[in-house]
Design a protein around this ligand. Structure first.
Ligand code: PRP
Ligand code: MN
Ligand code: MG
Length: 182
């Protein structure tokens, strides 16, 4: 697994240092609010697990799973909900947690869908932002790192469902995805 990584972009230590800062900022901003951490399966799970431990206030957390319609994933902008929230978010301050914003299609859909359910607020925290790839305008309220357009894996981010368990964010060697027959 490690031999398929060309270099480490963010070590576990660098990730945790930034997550500590994000947690402090979120703690400050959400003081006294009805915070619901909403992690988007599956990529956001490792980030969310570390982030919640750096938010020093009462909170609830939940999950949604979405998938893109169509043969070329992420191209149509049509998103299907595979797992939805089970409770009303009326009056709730939702903070969507994502591992990465790429085209922005997933997040744009989620923000619109959730806003229609009458929450008190909907904001977004992402660990990584890749603005060069954006197809629709959507910006995170909190962002760990802005990154160039490179194939990143680890810490929740996958290639063909693999590499999510790496404790760091690394750049995948091009031969790995170029040789993949799928
Ligand atoms: C990835 C990532 C974001 C989304 C970003 O998820 O975790 O959720 O794509 O891409 P976008 O900005 O172009 O919409 P993916 O759909 O690969 O599912 P996963 O989290 O289960 O890997
Ligand atoms: Mn995802
Ligand atoms: Mg994925």
């Amino acid at each position: 697994m490690e031999e398929q990584i060309s270099r480490i972009l963010f070590s576990r230590e660098e990730l945790l240092k930034r997550i500590d800062e994000l947690g402090a900022e979120i703690t400050r901003d959400y003081k006294g609010k009805n915070l619901l951490i909403l992690a988007i399966l599956k990529g956001a799970v490792p980030f969310m697990a570390d982030l919640i431990q750096h938010i020093k206030m009462p909170l609830a957390y939940d999950f949604m799973a979405v998938s893109s319609y169509g043969a070329s994933t992420h191209s149509s902008g049509v998103v299907r909900i595979m797992k939805d929230l089970e409770r009303s978010v009326d009056g709730v301050d939702i903070l969507i947690v994502e591992d990465i914003i790429d085209t922005g299609l997933t997040l744009k859909y989620l923000k619109e869908n959730l806003s229609a359910r009458n929450p008190k607020s909907v904001k977004v925290v992402t660990l990584l932002d890749k603005p060069d790839r954006r197809k629709v305008e959507v910006k995170p309220d909190y962002n760990g790192f802005t990154i160039p357009d490179e194939f990143v894996v680890g810490y929740g981010l996958d290639f063909n469902e693999q590499f999510r368990n790496l404790p760091y964010i690394g750049i995948l060697k091009p031969e790995v995805y170029e040789n993949a027959n799928e």
